[in-house]
Ligand binder design. Sequence first.
Ligand code: GDP
Length: 440
Amino acid sequence: MFDNLSDKLDKAFHVLKGRGQITEINVAETMKEIRRALLDADVNFKIAKEFTNRVKEKALGQDVLSSIKPGQLLTKIVRDELAELMGGEAAGVDLSGQPSVILMSGLQGSGKTTFSGKLARYLKTKKSKKPLLVACDVYRPAAIDQLHVVGDQIGVEVYSDRENNDPVTLAQAGVAKAKELGCNVVIIDTAGRLAVDETMMTEISSIHKAVQPNETLFVVDSMTGQDAVNTAKAFNDVLDFDGVILTKLDGDTRGGAAISIKSVVNKPIKFIGTGEKMEALDVFYPERMADRILGMGDVISLVERAQEQFDEEQARKIQKKIAKNRFGFDDFLSQIQQIKKMGNMKDLMGMIPGAGKALKNLDIDDDAFKHIEAMIHSMTPDERANPAKLNSSRKKRIAKGSGRSIQEVNQLLKQFEQMSKMMKMMQGGGGKRMMQMLSQ
Ligand code: GDP
């Protein structure tokens, strides 16, 4: 995410390196670099210009303390301005309705259906809500199927009616269905088109009038840069929506949409989509995003994801097994699965301060654990529970079964042994404290 922009901003700050003070002259070059970096990231020209003017004004007005280098001071000013530009405080969704009606809008392919599922899952698991998903895309039967697949996946009821091809009465029937089922949130997924057109706008605004949503959200693909901003403007003119959802921020996005959208429509970005999986949803925090853009990492989001996936019950079980010397490959496998649930590996690495840049050229794919899993899956349950039984003929069989080399199997066994040893060590004496620290 934002690799290019982070790099260029970093270079811009370097111009000031070694300078004792920020002056009109030396800041001019840096501002030019920053403006160029923003334009390359597909930020609108006017926004980029206003941005650098504001940063410059602040920078020149600051007393440079001897303990802070001009480059650092400027980084801080840019970070604060970026956060401000993206929206100040984090904004939630209005859940006060009985039921609360949430209407999705956006172009086809922006990620509306995926986000509807993610939001339903989020509200169900994090806010203890009982959501109902409503399929209002009457033009594409596949879209209705897709919402049903998503609903099944997350265990949320989906309302659809293939006989009805009027999205307005469908949406109303969806709200009535929610009341009947005792659901307290209704998420209405609507049809989008490939580009903004009048028919789509008329339809979405008729649905909007008919169901009077508590919250109208505009979903947009962040990869589309300035187009995203123009689409947002068109939808906002008609719907006066409440918030923006930026999807596909896990991809090779240049960042322009994230940076510009708030100042164009003056509506907050509420959530971001960071993958195709239902868990790949983050609440949008402007300051954390600014940190990520500047390559400062986002430790808070990383810790939150870890906490979210941390299963206390399982941790206790594993601790017991270690104490009894019964930690086996099945436990190893479930540990790997927990890490994987936290999300895309490269994305996670990018949240570690300084790591984003260092790891950029490393090829960490999401399947980093695939080989290990394949080897463990080729073991019998007995072997997984009793790794000591793995003699050379068994190792050969495992290598063959998983399509890996015998060296790789040996390496895995070695890693496993080291890990078990370390865990045993931590169990004794001061180790307990270390375990507690690790599990906090
Ligand atoms: P809709 O037409 O607006 O309902 O869009 P969909 O929900 O069908 O999404 C279009 C495509 O984008 C699908 O292939 C999704 O899996 C994918 N997608 C949606 N959100 C994200 C995201 O945050 N990251 C990535 N990488 N893909 C996404």
